[in-house]
Design a protein around this ligand. Sequence first.
Ligand SMILES: C[S@@+](CC[C@H](N)C(=O)[O-])C[C@H]1O[C@@H](n2cnc3c(N)ncnc32)[C@H](O)[C@@H]1O
Length: 209
Amino acid sequence: MDKYANSIATRYDKLSGQDCCLSCGGAFSLATIKPGDVCVDLGCGKGRDVMRMATLAGKKGFAYGIDLSEGMMEASRQEAKKLGLTNVAFIRSPLENIKLENQVADVLISNCTINHSLSQDKVWKEIFRVLKQGGQFVVSDIYSLEPVPEPFRGNPDMVAECWAGAITKKTYLNHIKQAGLRNIDIVEESLPYEKGRIRVASFTVKGCR
Ligand SMILES: C[S@@+](CC[C@H](N)C(=O)[O-])C[C@H]1O[C@@H](n2cnc3c(N)ncnc32)[C@H](O)[C@@H]1O
């Protein structure tokens, strides 16, 4: 793991043992999940949305949670066991190299996670790779109003705090287009607000392969 992945895993391993809300968006509620669907949540944290997707996808469907933090993956596995869910798997994996086969997913969601990556272009190429033809993505995240100054982007702890890795809206949407995804639509967007040492906005983007 590089120093950024280390800081992210350390921060979220700690948070996995605490009762706190991690989310900044509502990707799950804007996704359409049908019985039999294979679903993926990138940066699933404690797996709450993975379990909700698994319930909607039913016994013939499946839901994968992907996260860098082993603490989060273990907390998710324990919760799924308590709920008796057998159609879920929690995989420790970086977003930039997702440990899933090509074209497995009907639905892919992600909440407040992709901003942690300094290679967001790679993450979007991975999203394209794991989606089936026609598969949908719904991603909630933040973007920065201005390019984030290098001293912040270069600081792994600030990136792990969910703000210093943010990129501008133009660059964000460009990565999605460059990955080959289609029907890209911003379905929610906040007013700008302060996060860490910068100004950001939250948005939810939908589209398909
Ligand atoms: C702010 S939390 C959001 C968790 C969950 N999506 C929610 O809404 O409650 C971000 C999650 O993304 C994971 N994460 C951050 N960067 C990652 C990366 N490069 N690869 C895989 N997981 C990552 C973190 O470990 C953490 O669990």
